[in-house]
Design a protein around this ligand. Structure first.
Ligand code: FEO
Ligand code: CA
Ligand code: CA
Ligand code: CA
Length: 599
């Protein structure tokens, strides 16, 4: 019998934290612990983490680097067993590797440090903090890396655009890279977006398609093309299409360690931040997705098939096909205030709201192309170019796009866009109203009718920044009572329906440490942003997960000490507390999943 708490959680907000504080700051009366850190064992037989003696084989059995999307899934009725699922977005070689490791060795380890970890958890009873299970008994534990086989499915699977010398079928990819945010589906699988995949390739970079996705001819920043020919996609290599095999939404089934993860072509190829599913009244899987690039777009997918509840208790085989076929849409927003009132300063228009209506424009229709002159394969592989032709709205970098389980309203987190209004770039629009938008904003989108509707209404619920500045807006809540917040990125809902907002970029935008904030969305407290925690030096806040019934909040602390070097580390998180790191042990930073609870 778990400790039952009132829905929602009470805490006294922390004061803003300076960006140089190398600590995890939590409210008075709360404490924190890492659940798992970079290098901790995931698979049986994994060696103990030894930063001076790393190898790709060890890393492939240990927790990967730069944990980003995270969920904690309770798997038994008594709430004593669970799964931690998270993805590992990228690596920071300058602070990870001793100079004794060759470039080639570092790159092999880096490939193994990407992907996913699935880790079994246990606790004495519901309501208590979690700990990792002994890896020898944790049969669902799994590592997915930059080399793990994935199946393509959906209309572009097998397409000539996906075939390479290494895979003439175009049906099987190796690895997942740049996995940023994600979502857990109603059927218990985990989705994740392959975001900045272009940085892993060397390509010609001359075609319109390659340019639109940022593929270039310079050596890649990670240098994987020097250890594996498939990352050299220049003409004549036979791997010209390898970059087309990244930039997808992937689905993994953490309950079945032997399942083959899938790349879903029906959801299009872009710099996917993440994907979040909510069911329509008829049971269609309605999936919201952002393309995280300045002036790129917001997308939605509506499945052709419908959800079967009973399937979740068995194999999930039917529900795992829902993202294989459907219709893909891109968003076109209209503002309802005169264009002259949207002057780029962030000043509210005369009607007192940045708001309006919008429509979802079809790019595919039940697995057929809806774009004249483009085949279904072309629309799905070159989705950005398809969306360019239909007048989609250029957004200020959509990160998480998440429907509220309570209301069905969708929260579109636009992290920032410092190029808005620059010479040669698009100026302010009502849904993206600030020039040189360095603090970001959140759009609240209300589907008109069913979740699968093609019409919506929208308004900005948060225009972030220093609340003392005139260009910020906290849904009308008194600004002298809110915490400063900038660069919103990942979000989560608690059981009450309050939105929890994690940030990425506050140190450079506003001089403060990134953190986690709560913002109620309804009633008198709507817009009352309060800071719950702050992350260590150079880190961004990922996850987050809020289990208020358990009194537990989880965050993925990503890239602590990122600006340092092996010899001159800038963060010792999370082992800097005296006694946690043994004498003589390496004290550099380790990206970690942290749980926060009442002391
Ligand atoms: Fe990986 Fe869009 O942040
Ligand atoms: Ca308006
Ligand atoms: Ca992100
Ligand atoms: Ca970000």
């Amino acid at each position: 019998t778990g400790r039952r708490m009132r829905p929602g959680m009470s805490f006294r907000p922390i004061d803003p934290v300076a960006k140089t504080v190398d600590s995890l700051s939590v409210p008075d009366g709360w404490r924190w612990d890492p659940i798992i850190r970079w290098g901790d064992p995931v698979l049986a037989g994994a060696p103990k983490f030894d930063p001076s003696n790393q190898s790709a084989a060890a890393q492939a059995m240990q927790f990967g680097y730069n944990n980003d999307y995270t969920d904690i899934i309770t798997t038994d009725r008594r709430g004593r067993e669970g799964l931690l699922v998270c993805n590992h977005e990228y690596v920071n070689p300058a602070i990870m590797y001793p100079p004794t490791l060759s470039d080639a060795e570092q790159r092999e380890i880096s490939l193994a440090a990407h992907g996913f970890s699935v880790v079994e958890l246990e606790r004495p009873r519901a309501g208590k903090p979690w700990r990792t299970k002994d890896v020898r008994k944790a049969r669902r534990n799994r590592r997915i890396t930059g080399q793990t086989p994935f199946d393509f499915d959906g209309p572009a699977a097998g397409s000539a655009l996906l075939r390479t010398k290494g895979d003439p079928t175009g049906e099987r990819a190796l690895g997942t890279l740049g996995n940023c945010s994600g979502g857990t589906t109603p059927w218990g699988t985990v989705l994740s977006g392959e975001e900045n995949f272009n940085g892993y390739f060397r390509a010609d970079g001359t075609s319109a398609e390659e340019k639109r996705y940022g593929l270039a001819s310079a050596p890649s920043s990670y240098g994987f093309e020097t250890i594996d020919p498939r990352f050299d996609a220049r003409s004549g290599t036979g791997y010209e299409n390898e970059p087309n095999r990244f930039g997808w939404i992937v689905e993994i089934d953490p309950h079945d360690p032997h399942s083959t993860p899938v790349k879903h072509t029906a959801l299009g190829r872009l710099k996917h931040e993440g994907a979040n599913v909510i069911l329509s009244r008829s049971g269609k899987a309605v999936t919201y997705m952002g393309d995280d690039e300045r002036f790129d777009y917001l997308y939605k997918f509506v499945s052709s098939g419908t959800y079967r509840p009973g399937d979740d208790r068995r194999t999930r085989e039917h529900n795992k096909t829902l993202l294989s076929q459907g219709s893909l849409y891109v968003a076109r927003f209209s503002g309802n205030s005169p264009a002259g009132e949207i002057d780029g300063t962030g000043k509210l228009p005369a009607d007192g709201q940045f708001d309006g209506s919008g429509e979802w424009v079809a790019l595919t229709n039940d697995g057929r192309s809806a774009v004249p002159g483009m085949s279904i394969e072309e629309v799905l592989v070159h989705t950005r170019l398809a969306a360019d032709t239909v007048g989609a709205t250029k957004m200020d970098r959509c990160e998480d796009v998440q429907p509220s389980p309570q209301t069905g309203k969708v929260y579109v987190v636009c992290t920032n866009n410092t190029d808005r209004g620059k010479t040669g770039k698009e100026g302010p629009t009502e849904p993206n109203p600030r020039n040189a938008n360095k603090h970001g904003h959140i759009v609240e989108l209300t589907e008109l009718g069913d979740q699968s509707s093609t019409r919506f209404a929208w308004s900005l619920v948060l225009v972030a920044g220093d609340p003392a500045a005139a260009d910020t807006y906290f849904a009308g809540y008194p600004k002298d009572r809110v915490s400063p917040i900038s660069c919103p990125d990942n979000v989560a809902f608690d059981s009450k329906g309050d939105l929890w907002i994690a940030t990425d970029g506050m140190p450079s935008a506003i001089g403060l440490a990134d953190g986690l904030f709560r913002m109620p969305l309804s009633g008198a407290e709507r817009g009352h942003v309060e800071q719950f925690l702050a992350v260590p030096q150079d880190a961004e806040t990922c996850g987050p997960v809020v289990h208020d019934a358990d009194g537990l909040v989880f965050v993925a602390v990503q890239h602590p000490g990122e600006e340092g070097t092996w010899a001159q580390q800038r963060s010792y998180f999370p082992d800097y507390v005296s006694g946690r790191a043994g004498k003589g042990e390496w004290k550099g930073p380790r990206p970690s999943i942290v749980q926060v609870y009442r002391s």
